[in-house]
Design a protein around this ligand. Structure first.
Ligand code: GLC
Ligand code: CA
Length: 587
């Protein structure tokens, strides 16, 4: 559908067929919540440095660090006021250099966040724009419009309310009367005007600057939003596009699937020219630098357009994340992803959690018709923690068995659930205020990590101060509590990541085997990968001892006379090479 650009349709030869990111496991660090070295309640770079051994033991190939730039923190750092520096509360550039060196030393690559759709309203360019007045070159770097009869169009902000902020109340100057600026997110996040050459130059400089500091890749925030439809036409769905309500009996994902497109503010064909420009900059300054798109676009085919040979490297697979605990949906997403990304020569990616969604150890405990997007509050139905954890472990093990690259979110290796009972007063996500407390928001997945069983903040820092409250019992999820325990989620993640590398699963392919309804069974090379989403055990005939299982094995034997018994909500990997099984029917 968005194939009007003149350049490649994926036919240009790829030069990145051996790139490190093709089968990488990439771990997202949310710096505010990872670890706090100086005890002010806010995670910092030094805190990450103190836990590099945790990352090395986990065996990840790279980390992606969410924004650490100077920022008023209206949207947890996704409101950047200076793209070439660090927020003082996170540390100094010298500390960041040291962290990059520490990570490289243990073979972990470093990916950082690139926020090109909008800056903070405190960015010097935006302050200058307000100061300079209508029609000035300063204002042309953002999207200012004059409109005498209310907002220039009917677009809604993704965080609730209108997407236009009147200028006059901010400057108090009469010449600004009837002027507005566009913000797809919070009002403190004005959208850049990507028709302006200064904006292009700024981000080319950004890429060079950070690659020279040793950065190995960039996660591109709101990658589908930079270019808006010509003339900024009204959205035919109006401002409520972002709050699609499921009909009775319909699940939220199906309701969203029915949206015909993402409207005039997103996924415009012209956006691809920007990524071609970035690709050529990166090819000049480095080799195999990763560009990964955060693009919430309707289909896998749309997402694949972002990863054609001369654009980005890969895109997050959100249809996989939203497929839920549904074998048919998962299988469809896997097939379509492999074929759409394969057609442009890009690897598929897989993801179950990030800083914007309910953690999968809680999300997967809910029935498909419960909309958890985004956030769960104390008044909502509460998840069954045990069921959620069993499914999360299974989903992750299944995901790590797929070819391509996998993204993990800090804390999922501990089996951390969502904080679903956070008091309203503690909430910080702008979604909460901007939706008049309708949507709890994303704070529940952003809670500071536990590192130790006890202590005021369970080892997050030494003072007990935390920017978001931790729930009780958080220490039981800490690495300290899980270290050396056969059945712990941390042990499962470490083993699965190591085995995935050893078996080269990230470079493999998917071949489906017959299975019962609700069960997925595939071969990736000589490894069988099984997921049981049903409430009944299933027997995989002819298989010997599993290589790894998501369920607790203490004392129990997974193999009976007929084959491997996969319990409800379980997943495992099997050795399917000749000799690795009994060669078919054991009887
Ligand atoms: C992306 C980020 C999200 C942020 C938004 C606006 O979706 O992942 O956290 O709020 O962009 O920058
Ligand atoms: Ca700190």
């Amino acid at each position: 559908m968005t194939s009007t650009s003149s350049c490649s349709q994926g036919l240009a030869p790829r030069t990145d067929t051996d790139a490190w990111w093709r089968d990488a496991v990439i771990y997202q660090i949310y710096p505010r919540s990872f670890a706090d070295a100086n005890g002010d309640g806010i995670g910092d770079i030094q805190g990450i440095r103190e836990h590099v051994d945790h990352l090395a033991a986990l065996g990840v190939d790279a980390v992606w660090i969410s924004p650490f730039y100077p920022s008023p923190q209206v949207d947890a750092g996704y409101d950047v006021s200076d793209y070439f520096s660090l927020a003082p509360e996170y540390g100094t550039l010298a500390e960041l250099d040291a962290l990059i060196a520490d990570l490289h030393e243990v073979g972990i690559r470093v990916v950082i966040d690139l926020v090109p759709n909008h800056s903070s309203d405190q960015h010097e360019w935006f302050r200058a724009a307000l100061e300079a007045g209508p029609g000035s070159p300063e204002r042309d770097r953002y999207i200012f419009r004059h409109s005498a009869d209310g907002a220039p169009n009917n677009w809604g902000s993704l965080f609730g309310g209108p997407a236009w902020q009147p200028v006059e109340p901010l400057t108090g100057r009469s010449q600004d009367q009837d002027w507005y600026y566009l913000h797809l997110f919070a009002a403190e996040q004005p959208d850049f005007n990507w028709s302006n050459e200064d904006v292009h130059e700024h981000f080319r400089t950004f890429l060079r600057f950070w690659v020279e500091r040793g950065i190995d890749g960039f996660r591109v925030d709101v990658a589908h939003g930079l270019v808006k439809a010509e003339g900024l036409p009204d959205d035919d769905l109006g401002p409520d596009r972002w709050n699609v309500v499921a009909a009775e009996g319909e699940d939220a994902a199906s309701a969203r699937d029915k949206l015909p497109d993402v409207g005039p503010a997103f996924n415009q064909p012209g956006v691809h020219d920007i990524y071609r420009e970035w690709r050529s900059v990166l090819d000049e300054v480095g080799t195999d630098i990763l560009l990964v798109a955060e693009a919430w676009v309707p289909t896998e085919a749309d997402a694949a357009l972002y990863v054609r040979a001369d654009e980005m490297s890969q895109a997050f697979n959100f249809p996989f994340l939203t497929a839920g605990w549904d074998a048919d949906r998962l299988r469809r997403v896997i097939d379509v992803s492999l074929s759409e990304y394969g057609a442009v020569g890009a690897p598929a990616t897989w993801v179950l959690s990030n800083h914007d969604v309910v953690r999968h150890a809680s999300r997967l405990a809910y029935p498909a018709d419960m909309d958890t997007d985004p956030g769960i509050g104390p008044k909502d139905p509460q998840p069954d923690a045990e069921l959620g954890l069993a499914r999360a472990r299974a989903a992750t093990l299944f995901m790590l068995g797929l070819p391509g690259s996998a993204y993990l979110y800090q804390g999922e290796e501990l089996g951390l659930p969502e904080h679903t009972t956070m008091e309203d007063e503690a909430r910080q996500d702008p979604l909460w205020e901007r939706t008049n407390h309708l949507i709890p928001g994303r704070d529940g997945c952003r809670v500071p990590l536990p590192w130790t069983r006890d202590g005021a903040s369970y080892g997050y820092n030494a003072t007990g101060r935390t920017w978001l409250p931790q729930p009780e019992g958080w220490g039981e999820y800490s690495p300290q509590a899980q270290e050396g325990c056969e059945d712990s989620t941390l042990t499962l993640y470490r083993r699965a990541i190591a085995l995935r590398r050893e078996l080269r699963l990230g470079r493999g392919a998917v071949e489906w085997l017959d299975s019962e309804p609700g069960v997925l069974h595939l071969c990736n090379g000589t490894t069988g990968i099984v997921l049981n989403t049903t409430e009944q055990p299933v027997v995989i005939e002819g298989a010997g001892q599993p290589l790894i299982t998501s369920w607790h094995r203490s004392g129990a034997d997974a193999v009976d006379a007929a084959g491997v018994v996969v319990p409800p909500n379980g997943a495992c990997w099997l050795d399917a090479s000749a000799g690795g099984t009994d060669g078919g029917d054991p009887r």
